[in-house]
Design a protein around this ligand. Structure first.
Ligand SMILES: Nc1ncnc2c1ncn2[C@@H]1O[C@H](COP(=O)(O)OP(=O)(O)OP(=O)(O)O)[C@@H](O)[C@H]1O
Length: 345
């Protein structure tokens, strides 16, 4: 255990962990837990280049902005698409974290979880952004590793742990042992791809256009990775492509299973590919302990069952799958000395 120190946040070490996800950003403060969760959205005025809003306020602007304001997701697809905006986002969340702890900023160590496989240049840029925003020192941790720590897997032990983190932009599959990622796959399929697949299905089948937020709501409410015993129904609203007018129709969960089939297949392929390249000793550990699903996508109904059927492995959903990466990022601060050795040079 690291020895606590007193600062303006109160008693004890109050270092900060930030899960910079493609869909959501979560901020963890040591000793307090997760203090903030907001969508990773930034609204920018394209004329003045000014940031108008960050987080929930910006998400509400998606699809509703006048021409001069654009609401974007700077981390879309699991990569840093726009560095300047990402920096602004880090600054915003660090300020919000200060407010959330009811104190003024006493420089903390900041651990930032970044998408797996981002370049060392991008990692350094994130570190610089955090330092600029007031961090005493900043470190990065890769997403599947943070997810595994957050899911309480024994990542530091000489045993194989397998995690499948299904986020907004990507799905990351990794086998971890002795504090390192032994084998991994990053698939450009996540919750966003599922939403787009639903939009495309509804358009093709019913000539109805729906927005991304509606598609996400459908996925969360009646989405499933395989047919449920009892089909569920939902009324959805969109714009009829033929008449141009708003229209409501009823869809069933079976249709969403069909719409999501391709995305699910790709996730399964990624899991199988990782298992194929896992050394036998570690595979047998995974067989014994099971595969752990984290990330928001882990909550898609029956996804655990489908992955288990296809791999013949036990599959478990982590407790609080949406929080695993942020919790793991925060907990990694307890092992700062080890994490320091993993940093890009
Ligand atoms: N109950 C649910 N069923 C299915 N999907 C869900 C559910 N709840 C949330 N999601 C999806 O989870 C995704 C967000 O997950 P998460 O917050 O773990 O992603 P992220 O960490 O921001 O993304 P990434 O890991 O790609 O950086 C969104 O696509 C959201 O629609």
């Amino acid at each position: 255990m690291q020895k606590g120190r007193t600062n303006l946040f109160g008693i004890g070490t109050k270092d900060v962990g930030i899960d910079l996800g493609t869909a959501n950003t979560l901020v963890f403060i040591k000793g307090k837990g997760i203090v903030l969760r907001e969508p990773s959205v930034v609204a920018k005025n394209t004329v003045t280049n000014e940031i108008v809003a960050v987080g929930s306020a910006a998400k509400n602007m998606i699809g509703r902005t006048p021409g001069s304001i654009v609401a974007t997701r700077p981390m879309k697809d699991g990569v840093i698409a726009d560095f300047e905006t990402t920096t602004a986002m880090i600054e915003h969340y660090m300020k919000e974290a200060t407010k959330a702890s009811g104190g003024s900023w006493k420089k903390p160590n900041v651990m930032i979880c970044v998408p797996y496989g981002i370049t060392s240049v991008e990692q350094r840029a994130v570190i610089d952004a955090a330092r600029q925003a007031g961090a005493k020192d900043a470190f990065t941790i890769e997403e599947p590793f943070a997810a595994a720590i957050g899911a309480n897997l024994p990542v530091w032990e000489p045993t194989g742990s397998m995690v499948v983190d299904i986020g907004g932009g990507t799905t990351e599959v990794a086998v971890i042992s002795l504090g390192g990622i032994v084998t991994s796959e990053s698939i450009r399929v996540g919750g966003d791809t599922m939403d787009l697949a639903i939009i495309s299905y509804i358009r093709k089948t019913y000539n109805l256009t729906i927005g991304e937020r509606t598609a996400e709501a459908i996925k969360i409410e009646i989405g499933s990775a395989k047919d449920a015993v009892k089909a569920e129904k939902m009324d959805i609203r969109g714009r009829d492509l033929l008449t141009g007018l708003p229209k409501t129709l009823e869809i069933s969960s079976e249709e969403i299973v069909e719409a999501l089939r391709e995305s699910i297949l790709q996730i399964i392929e990624g899991v199988k590919k990782t298992l194929e390249t896992t050394p036998p000793e570690l595979s047998s550990d995974v067989m014994e302990r099971g595969i752990v699903l984290t990330g928001g996508g882990a909550m898609l109904r029956n996804l655990d069952k489908v992955i288990s059927d296809e791999t013949n492995m036990p599959v478990f959903i982590a407790e609080d799958p949406l929080d695993c990466v942020a919790m793991g990022t925060g907990k990694a601060l307890d092992n700062l000395e080890v994490i320091k050795k993993m940093q890009v040079k």
